[in-house]
Ligand binder design. Structure first.
Ligand code: GCU
Length: 419
């Protein structure tokens, strides 16, 4: 009797753990039907660019209220100040600027944009713009970058490390600044912790509390999580770019790796002033089709990072098929603007094939708007980028990272669309 009970207990635990293991077996991907981006909620067909504008609003609303969370308007007191400028940076190749974007009138809350602008250029420079993980001073060896600091009190036991603990240039392999400058591109970045620290702090330390109503202590179920806060911050930076005469604000390409790739896609969706979005290994909640349940799934991402998405999103844990949108529609929200999706073959957690397929399934929207996208059913050949039109894709050899190879493809893609 007792043995039978222990056996049942053991089997129960075994199958629970088994169910939590990520699926990496293509034959176990469930059959699924994707929501049709070209069909209105009332069943009407979307057959013209004008009708797409209506459909786009429907899709955007679902992502806003069920996935990432609604965000507030930009602050009325948003203002900027150039904190430093050096025209002879990187052996005279570039001008380095640091710009404060103040969220409040009292200047207590702000993010700092670090920019490098090529000195050799005709007119305004196109720019690659994205968040960094560890502080502005980590993107390159330049000793004059102001070290990022955390102005937000980290919570006891919070896992987010202070940017000061990271060495200058620690992330330089992920930011080939000199290569970008040599190709005529400016680079701009913000430390994500300036906007919202990346841990579950009950939404106390980032920008969220600046917008709480009376008595409110955390976002409502359909309001912004951390990914939305980051995207909102990027959109606030765009308000600055339009004022900077060195930058071509009509050629700002959002770029992000992993969680910042999810953010780049979402920022491109909410702010159509961004001319391009580049997702690198963004996976679940980024470019990967959720209904495939391959690698990371909703329940996994929500357990590991409960602060990223809005509270409503948690209802779809293990019920991906009930969410009225899938991630190909996030890609479609970029249309007709160019979007590039990059995967790494060994980064199975991010589901390379699912990332490719979201480009394929966003393509009908691009076609409706007179652009070309991607075709195919299986994963393309490794290290053979595809850029036939306004959606580009590559799967690189190797693991979860953003490398020089990835950036070289982003430059080729940007050259095609910006030059
Ligand atoms: C984790 C997380 C992913 C995320 C990645 C990253 O692996 O599960 O969703 O993309 O971190 O940001 O590096």
């Amino acid at each position: 009797m007792r043995n039978a009970f222990l056996l049942a207990l053991f089997l129960g635990a075994f199958f629970t753990l088994k169910a939590q293991e990520p699926n990496y077996d293509e034959s176990k991907v469930p059959a699924y039907t994707l929501p049709d981006p070209l069909r209105m909620e009332n069943g009407d067909e979307v057959n013209s660019p004008a009708k797409w504008v209506e459909r786009r609003a429907e899709i955007l609303k679902v992502f806003e209220t069920q996935v990432y969370g609604k965000m507030p308007e930009h602050p009325k007191d948003l203002h900027f100040r150039v904190l430093s400028e050096d025209r002879y940076a990187l052996s005279n190749m570039a001008t380095r600027k640091e710009v404060a974007v103040y969220f409040t009138k009292d200047e207590q809350h702000y993010m700092t944009i670090l920019m490098y602008i090529p000195n050799k250029r005709r007119g305004e420079a196109p720019v690659f713009f994205g968040l960094n993980f560890k502080g502005n001073h980590t993107i390159c060896d330049d000793p004059d970058i102001t070290e990022s600091v955390t102005r937000m009190k980290p919570r006891e036991g919070g896992s987010e490390k202070q940017p000061g603990t990271f060495k200058r240039g620690a992330e330089s392999s992920r930011w080939p600044v000199e290569m970008l400058i040599a190709n005529g591109y400016a680079v701009a970045t913000v430390y994500r912790g300036d906007i919202d620290p990346d841990y579950d702090d009950g939404f106390q330390n980032g920008v969220h509390p600046l917008f709480y109503g009376k008595g409110q202590t955390r976002p409502r179920a359909d309001e912004w999580g951390t990914l939305s806060a980051w995207a909102w911050g990027l959109s606030c930076a765009m308000d600055y770019f339009v004022t900077d005469e060195d930058i071509d604000s009509k050629k700002v390409a959002l770029v992000g790796h992993s969680r910042h790739g999810k953010t780049a896609l979402w920022a491109g969706a909410i702010d159509q002033r961004f001319a391009m979005a580049i997702s690198n290994d963004s996976g679940c909640g980024g470019a990967a089709i959720s209904r495939r349940k391959y690698g990371e799934t909703f329940s996994k991402v929500n357990r590991l990072f409960p602060h990223w998405f809005c509270e409503n999103f948690k209802q779809y844990n293990d019920k991906e098929e009930l969410l009225p949108v899938d991630q190909h529609e996030l890609i479609a929200l970029m249309a007709p603007r160019p979007v590039y999706i990059a995967s790494a073959i060994d980064d199975k957690w991010a589901d390379p094939k699912g990332e490719f397929l979201s480009g394929v399934h966003a393509t009908p929207v691009y076609r409706l708007l007179g652009r070309e996208g991607l075709n195919g059913t299986g994963l393309p050949t490794v290290n053979q980028p595809l850029m036939p039109g306004s959606i580009g894709y590559h799967v690189r050899s190797g693991n979860h990272d953003i490398t020089l190879y990835d950036w070289e493809q982003f430059v080729k893609f940007a050259d095609k669309h910006f030059k």
